[in-house]
Design a binder for this molecule. Sequence first.
Ligand code: HEC
Length: 103
Amino acid sequence: MYKYILLAMLTVLSINAAEIKEDIEIPYIPYEVKMGEHFDAVQANCLTCHSFGYVTNQGPQSKAFWRGKVEKMIVHFKAPITDADSANITEYLYKHYGNGKEK
Ligand code: HEC
């Protein structure tokens, strides 16, 4: 019986020891997904493997950069994306996350 009481006391003590007293501040990270033409193609073809953060993390980029990324997903990671969808996705990415340069 005493064994169980001791065990219960030790459990309570260890839980208390792990308590954190300071305030925890969680940083705000803007993570903007822009709605627009062909976003449906992005949703259907890109968000199956990873989050949209992979796109926003790249910062503004050229059309060639985005075309290359879509190609990379198809060639290296075997994403099953049709030619029409890949062209539309490149347009969407460049329009919303582009830097105004073709190359
Ligand atoms: C079949 C799975 C798959 C699909 C579908 C996919 N990706 Fe990826 N993607 C990956 C993998 C795997 C990585 C690399 C992850 C890592 O390095 O941690 C990646 C990484 C990325 C990166 C980071 C930069 C880089 O070169 O690694 C970007 C940007 C990206 N993907 C965009 C897209 C876009 C846009 C689409 C839709 C056209 C897409 N992905 C669809 C698997 C996929």
